[in-house]
Write a protein that binds this ligand. Structure first.
Ligand code: ADE
Length: 216
């Protein structure tokens, strides 16, 4: 999976991409990240990318020119990839959607907005999908893009190392979320709190039964 990230803050991704599973997955080439700085595409001599909104109101809006040129350039590299705009007004990201993105596409173009938003003409002519990671407003799309990258990457075959594997996923349709059983590790007793006997028994049938009974 190749992720193209369109952002005015490429540095924000450095720490996130250079740790843990994403670092390993890039090392083993199962995922690739290409950062594109929107500001590099600004035709303005001061590399300006925003302006005041028509009709008035608070804040600034991304101007169309740098976004058009940046998206067009990236589309040339990835003609089949959808342009995904991260915005609180988008469709809510769910695990089902994460699975679809992983199955359907080899590359994703993630557009990170800022300020009050981006010029509507960019959305109307170049954006394929608007995604929100939740009902709250972040100061930019970067954190949301990281969430998409993380959730999609762990589904890419080979992205999780040998010792990490997909745990059996149990979804509760009623609650609309994943169910988990409680996890314990060493020591068997910590500050007087004991790990349930059955989990130490080695009896796989009994352990399975206990875990099913304790899903929450
Ligand atoms: N940009 C700002 N807030 C966001 C959110 N909740 N989801 C996706 N992108 C955003």
């Amino acid at each position: 999976m190749l992720f193209h990230i369109l952002t005015i803050f490429p540095e924000m991704f450095k720490g996130f991409l250079n740790e843990s599973i994403l670092k390993k997955a890039q090392g083993s080439k199962v995922i690739k990240i290409h950062l594109h700085d929107i500001r590099d595409y600004s035709a303005n001599k001061h590399k300006k990318v925003d302006d005041t909104p028509y009709g008035g109101g608070a804040g600034m809006v991304f101007t169309p020119q740098p976004l058009f040129d940046c998206i067009k350039a990236v589309k040339k590299l990835a003609p089949k990839a959808p342009v995904v705009y991260l915005t609180p007004a988008g469709k809510r990201l769910t695990q089902t959607m994460v699975e679809k993105l992983n199955k359907k596409f080899e590359q994703l173009i993630l557009l990170c907005g800022h300020y009050e938003g981006i010029d509507q003409r960019v959305i109307d002519s170049l954006v394929d999908m608007e995604l929100s990671i939740g009902d709250y407003v972040l100061s930019g799309g970067e954190l949301a893009a990281m969430v998409v990258i993380d959730a999609v990457s762990r589904l890419v075959p080979g992205a999780l190392g040998n010792d990490e594997s997909h745990r059996e996923e149990t979804f509760s349709k009623k609650l609309g979320r994943k169910k988990e059983y409680p996890h314990y590790t060493k020591p068997a007793e910590f500050r007087g709190m004991k790990v349930p006997e059955v989990l130490q028994s080695g009896n796989h049938g009994a352990i399975e039964k206990w875990r099913r009974a304790h899903l929450r």
